[in-house]
Design a protein around this ligand. Structure first.
Ligand code: PLP
Length: 491
């Protein structure tokens, strides 16, 4: 693709201005930037340039996107239709509750559905993303301990398989984080957990932040024991439910002993993410913590004049305040509401069943070259994975073929690579989440590509080392790209 200065032609333009009806004066000098060489293009060339750029994007609308932990599922267009209805799209948060009844009713119904799905007592729709939900829940745990005068409770336990946002948000909330190792089966090491919660340690324990299914794609078999150990020591349990794809409609997280949990609507509930729009990390809490929820909670009463339901927003008694302006990202809420209503209770359960089936099917297809160390081989003492699996490929150690090489070669086959090098406890991690929205043909094609790459790794390793071969840019310096991003190249 050519740069703008290469297609620019002096004097070309793609606009005409109406005849000027006021005296022409020079632009103030301080507004003119001499270094700004704006390109001169006709309209169709400009249009083709930007359309061409947009087509370089990879998206779940163009192909398979098995990015583990991120749940890149297809987002039904029906959701966009619903969120785009003019009553929602043109609503303004300052127009007042009376003139916003439809929007607040939607929030109420979503809140109630999420309570039924999670089993919790109350829900806030305000947080804008998963990590924001974690911060919210961690601040609620802090407020709880403070309200009881237990300000020595400053230690938050985090399993070593946790998402990177977990230690980050707990630290932001003022806690000291402590890592709990995994045992040989990929679960939490119960002896280490007991030690961190007993004797003097119990007095400083704030709680645990735990993901179940874990980021290894495994259901934590001891979850009830774990939550009991924490509660016995006076701590609280934060559940990272960013990704509920494996358990939705099957397990209510509240029943596992969690006190507070966030869910990414932009993962499990089909609101787009990753550049597709703002997300929503709703937070649900049980009896112990619901009084601390932030934001406005929607309540319903019966109008004394009309007898119709009247929806209003209220603040919880010990609320930690507001974590986002107004009602959170309303459009994300509207999309997820439409999604839940459209597929219903049975549909949600089928989402989980298919998400788990697809992950196990794919894992089985590629297990010879891409073994999953913690889950073992299914059927030979191993156990099924949940909505994702973490493989540790070691395709050609002599040629130093690593997961990065495999990921880059997958791009040549037209696939977005899975998540790599996370979770940290799996060497050369290759974390695949196919989601429920893919067809068998797509899963088979991806498995084929993985197997071909495994054969190439042995026969022609240089093909992997030099991949990708057909993209506008090859291997980037990821550290430099994150620290010094160049977001706009004009010339
Ligand atoms: C995606 C994810 C998060 C973070 O969610 P964001 O919306 O990206 O902030 C946290 N925990 C887990 C397990 C996740 O998969």
């Amino acid at each position: 693709m050519q740069l703008l200065n290469e297609i620019s032609r002096t004097g070309r333009k793609g606009f005409t201005l109406p005849k000027c009806g006021v005296p022409v004066t020079a632009m103030p000098k301080n507004l003119l930037r001499a270094e700004l060489h704006l390109p001169s293009l006709d309209e169709s060339t400009a249009m083709r340039h930007w359309t061409g750029l947009s087509q370089m994007n990879y998206s779940v609308d163009s192909n398979f996107y098995p990015l583990g932990s991120c749940t890149m599922k297809y987002n039904p267009r029906m959701n966009e239709e619903a969120a785009g209805l003019s009553g929602f799209r043109r609503a303004h948060p300052l127009q007042g509750e009376a003139a916003s009844q439809g929007a607040i009713e939607l929030m109420y119904k979503l809140q109630e559905s999420l309570k039924a799905i999670t089993g919790f007592k109350a829900v806030t729709l305000q947080p804008a993303a998963g990590a924001h939900g974690e911060l919210t829940g961690a601040l609620m745990i802090r407020a709880y301990h403070k309200s009881r005068g237990e300000t020595s409770r400053t230690r938050m336990l985090i399993p070593d398989s946790a998402h990177g946002t977990n230690p980050a948000t707990c630290t932001m909330a003022g806690f000291i984080t402590e890592t709990i190792p995994s045992d040989a089966s990929g679960g939490i090491d119960l002896a280490a957990l007991e030690a961190a919660c007993s004797g003097e340690n119990a007095k400083t324990l704030a709680g645990i932040m735990i993901t179940n299914p874990s980021t290894l794609g495994l259901f934590e078999a001891n979850i009830e024991k774990i939550t009991a150990i924490i509660h016995k020591a006076g701590g609280l349990v934060y559940g990272d439910g960013a990704n509920m794809n494996a358990i939705i409609g099957i397990v209510q997280p509240a029943s596992l002993g969690f006190d507070v949990l966030h869910i990414n609507l932009h993962k499990t509930f089909a609101s787009p993410h990753g550049g597709g729009g703002p997300g929503s990390g709703i937070v649900a809490a049980n009896e112990t913590l619901s009084a601390f929820l932030p934001g406005k909670i929607v309540v319903v009463s019966t109008s004394s004049t009309t007898g119709e339901p009247a929806y209003s927003l209220t603040q919880m008694p010990q609320s930690i305040g507001s974590v986002k302006s107004f009602w959170g990202n309303f459009a994300a809420l509207a999309r997820s509401y439409a999604y839940i209503e459209m597929i219903g209770k049975e549909g949600l359960r089928r989402v989980a069943e298919f998400a788990v089936l697809h992950a196990n099917y794919l894992r089985e297809l590629i297990k010879d070259d891409y073994p999953t160390p913690f889950a073992g081989i299914f059927g030979k003492g191993g156990r099924p994975c949940m909505h994702e699996f973490v493989a540790a490929p070691d395709l050609n150690p002599e040629a130093h073929i690593n997961t990065m090489d495999i990921a880059k070669r997958l791009i040549d086959y037209g696939f977005h690579p899975p998540t790599t090098y996370f979770p940290l406890i799996v060497h050369e991690a290759f974390m695949v989440e196919p989601t429920e929205t893919e067809s068998k043909e797509t899963l088979d094609a991806f498995a084929d590509a993985c197997k071909k790459i495994a054969a190439e790794a042995k026969a022609t390793p240089e093909l992997l080392k030099s991949a990708p071969h057909n993209t506008p840019v090859g291997r980037l310096n990821e550290t430099e790209a994150a620290r010094k991003p160049v977001l706009r190249v004009l010339f």
